[in-house]
Design a protein around this ligand. Structure first.
Ligand code: 2AM
Ligand code: CA
Ligand code: CA
Ligand code: CA
Length: 266
């Protein structure tokens, strides 16, 4: 039986709204915070419980589907053949903790490695970006137009300034050159939202030196629908299994930034 992806998107979106309500409720009380790979890499009990919420829903409703989430709640390894949900329960956990806003739920469904559904929900602003492959991208159910290009010197780019000062970052110098040449940079602290902002023309591009599949899986599907490109810094397709660099932008700008700045490692 073949899947009706629009129907599945509606189910997924209803779960995303439900999860958003759960997250909002937790903001009233204290939140237990732990660190992961380094002191700035944070996770809370809420991240885990929201991932669990999705895992339970999916297991119960679509037991044949696989699951990949940042917090590793699923008991088995996901397969990329067949249908897999790729979920970041809270993207922008540091914002969630420090600001109680500017974080998102990111939900993607891939089928045989092709992105079919992407949903990115800014919980506190109540902005839901969604796309079903081939059916356009939407912000709160209003269709997003195909993006219009702007010259590089008029472009506003999403970038975490930390990447410019870390000595061990091999892309430090090309990124510095890029920052000098564009109109300005912004750091929102949520890769998923920054990809959604590229799709909705609030940013012209977004770059990160280190992201994982759950950070960008939904963003790719939304960006594709408005004519944008998401790749690694070399311009190659993004991995659904390995972490790496991410560069999402309008297509002409994408070519220019890769060829002039980041495509060759300095
Ligand atoms: P997260 O909040 O889900 O961890 C912050 O600039 C962005 O980078 C967020 O989207 C954050 O996702 C992501 N990110 C990826 N790896 C990270 C790490 N090791 N530490 C902090 N943020 C990370
Ligand atoms: Ca994290
Ligand atoms: Ca993330
Ligand atoms: Ca996360």
């Amino acid at each position: 039986m073949s899947m009706n992806w629009s129907e599945l998107e509606k189910v997924a979106t209803s779960w995303v709204y439900e999860a958003g309500q759960k997250i909002k409720k937790t903001l009233a009380g204290p939140i237990d915070i732990e660190t992961k790979s380094n002191p700035d890499d944070l996770v809370t009990e809420v991240d885990r419980s929201i991932e669990e919420f999705f895992y339970e829903k999916i297991q119960t409703t679509y037991p044949e589907h696989y699951f990949l989430g940042e917090e590793g709640i699923a008991s088995e390894e996901p397969s990329l053949e067949g249908t897999v949900w790729i979920i970041d329960p809270i993207d922008g956990t540091m914002n969630f903790i420090h600001q109680k806003q500017n974080f998102a739920i990111s939900v993607a469904v891939y089928h045989n490695k092709v992105g079919m559904i992407g949903i990115i929900y800014d919980v506190m602003r109540d902005e839901l970006f969604h796309a079903v492959r081939g059916d356009g991208a939407y912000l709160n159910n209003v269709e997003l137009p195909p993006v219009k290009e702007r010259p590089l010197h008029e472009s506003v780019i999403g970038l975490n300034a930390r990447w410019l000062v870390e000595e061990k970052n091999q892309y430090r110098n090309p990124l510095k050159a890029l920052v000098r040449d564009v109109r300005s940079i912004r750091s929102y602290g949520s890769a998923a939202l920054e990809m959604a902002y590229v799709a909705s023309d609030r940013l012209d591009g977004y770059l990160s030196v280190q992201l994982s599949p759950w950070d960008y899986a939904a963003g790719i599907v939304i960006l594709n629908e408005v004519g944008c490109v998401a790749s690694n810094f070399q311009g190659d397709p993004l991995s659904l299994t390995e972490p790496g660099t991410l560069f999402a932008s309008k297509p002409i700008l994408h070519k220019e930034i890769i060829s002039v700045y980041i495509g060759e490692e300095y």
